[in-house]
Design a protein around this ligand. Structure first.
Ligand code: HEC
Ligand code: HEC
Length: 168
C-alpha cells in the first residue's frame, strides 16, 4: 500500500517537473533552432567553429579568418541573415569567441559543454545565473570553483547569462 502510494506520488512529481528546455529563454531557443536550420549542416556546432575561425580585432570588431567584419560577411553568406537574426547571431558568436577555450581548458574535464550545462543545470532567476536545482548564485559560486580568477569567473558567468538569455 505504502509502496504504491509512493510510486504514484513519484510518477505525479515526474510529470510536473519542468522540462530542461524551460531553462532557456525564447531567444536562446531561437538562436539554437535557427543556427541548426541555417548553418549546422555545413559547420557543426557553432561554439567550436566560431572559436576556431573568428577573432576580435584591435578595434573590438568580430572578424572572419580573412579579417572581414563578420557582420558584412554574413550579409551575403549562405543566403544572408535578416534584421532579427543578425544581432542575435553576432552577439552569441562574440560570447563564444570571448570565452576562448576557457571552458574547454578548465571545466570540460568534469562538465559537459557549456551550452549543455546551461541548458540542463542553470536558470535565470531575477536576472541572476542560478543553479536550477541547487538554487546557488553562480556568480558567487564560481569565485571559489574551477580555479578561475575573479575576472574569469565574471566572464564565465556572463557566458552562462548569454547562453540562457540568448543575447549580449
Ligand atoms: C552550404 C554550406 C554552408 C552553410 C549552410 C553555411 N556556411 Fe558558412 N561557410 C561555408 C563555406 C564553404 C565557407 C568557407 C568559404 C567562404 O568563406 O565562403 C564558410 C565560411 C563561413 C565563415 C567564415 C570562416 C572563416 O574562416 O573566416 C563563417 C563565420 C560562416 N561560414 C558562418 C556561417 C553561418 C553563421 C551560417 C548560417 C547562417 C553559415 N555559415 C552557413 C559553407 C556554409
Ligand atoms: C574537478 C572537477 C570539476 C571542475 C574542473 C569544474 N567543476 Fe564545476 N562542479 C563540479 C562538481 C562535482 C560540482 C557539483 C558540486 C556541488 O553541487 O556541490 C560542480 C558544480 C558546478 C556548478 C554549479 C551547478 C549547480 O547546479 O549549482 C557550476 C555552475 C560549475 N560547476 C561550473 C564550473 C565551471 C564554469 C568550471 C570551469 C571553470 C568548473 N565547474 C570546473 C566539478 C568540477
Amino acid at each position: 500500500m505504502l509502496r504504491s502510494i509512493l510510486r504514484i506520488t513519484l510518477l505525479a512529481l515526474v510529470a510536473v517537473l519542468p522540462r530542461p528546455l524551460t531553462a532557456q529563454s525564447a531567444e536562446a531557443i531561437d538562436f539554437h533552432k535557427r543556427f541548426e536550420k541555417r548553418c549546422f549542416s555545413c559547420h557543426g556546432h557553432s561554439g567550436p567553429f566560431m572559436r576556431e575561425h573568428l577573432t576580435i580585432d584591435a578595434s573590438g570588431t568580430l572578424v572572419t579568418g580573412t579579417g572581414q567584419p563578420l557582420e558584412t560577411f554574413l550579409l551575403r553568406h549562405a543566403g544572408g541573415l535578416d534584421a532579427t537574426e543578425s544581432p542575435l547571431f553576432l552577439s552569441v558568436f562574440r560570447k563564444q569567441v570571448e570565452t576562448g577555450g576557457l571552458f574547454r581548458e578548465k571545466c570540460i574535464v568534469c562538465h559537459d559543454r557549456a551550452y549543455e550545462m546551461a541548458r540542463l543545470d542553470l536558470i535565470l532567476r531575477d536576472g541572476q545565473v542560478t543553479g536550477r536545482y541547487s538554487n546557488r548564485n553562480i556568480g558567487e559560486f564560481l569565485l571559489t570553483h574551477g580555479r578561475l580568477t575573479p575576472a574569469e569567473a565574471e566572464r564565465m558567468t556572463d557566458v552562462f547569462f548569454a547562453l540562457l538569455h540568448g543575447r549580449r
